[in-house]
Design a protein. Sequence first.
Length: 300
Amino acid sequence: MPTAIAVTSPELVLPSPDRHTPTATVLQSAVRSPKTYSLDQALTDTHQLIEYHGYVIVLYPASLPEAARHRLHAVRSVLESDRIALIRSDLPPLGLSVLALQLRQLSICDFSPGVLASAARLLSHYIYAGALLGSVARLDRVPVSLQSHAKSWVPGSQFAVLAAPAPELVKAGGDAVPSGPGFSTQLTYAARQLSVGWVTDTLAPAWQVQGLVEARPSDESTRWWATGRLVEFAAAIPDISVLYQLVSSVRREDCHWCGLELIGDRCAFCAAPLLPPPERTATAGAPGATGTRALPRGAT
């Protein structure tokens, strides 16, 4: 079975684009109250998920309530499992949903669990996530100038705010749009109490997107963007072959702690950093260097 991709809310699960792409698992330990879903249930369900899939990659937003985040780490700690990767993301909700979909697509490829989990960080840099907002007066997740705050009180004002890969804000209405991707993307959008016209008729052509996909608006988006009047959008690479090439082009290393493959500078499963080249060579030649070991400090 492919490595399981798990999320902390059903709102983070986009429909599969084809019959080959598996869906994401929604972790009930992050959704339901401890009063209705005990720690024992969470441990049992997570253990079964690991036994069935081998490895589990959990994507959760930075905005996840502290109690739910502690529960995720508690389950991993009690199970003493180095087969669960907990990946925190600063992407807004729709951007995180798109990232989860990309990992779901890649989970059926020949990538090892360590490479697949590490790819989450890499792919995040290629997702242009933002929103058209009716107000930025209460927005605190993206830097907003005092002047923009003042303008947001003017009736009819709208702002295009880019949260990733770099924050940017422009006043919507003219030809100005946030900086877009320089590669082929598909634009996913979700509207709540605001017309999608600017996103589909101005932003999409300016970014030269290859397709538009409408998604359901989420309650988490309202909380994240601090307004109920918005059109959230995320432009990302939809082609699995391009995603595969992108991940394959990055040099792979073996984690000196748990032995899994990784790309980047840190193992997504045990949180051990990549050693400097001289130490890496010495560790690779040490007896039992790739054996399973206890989790390093900070992994849970």
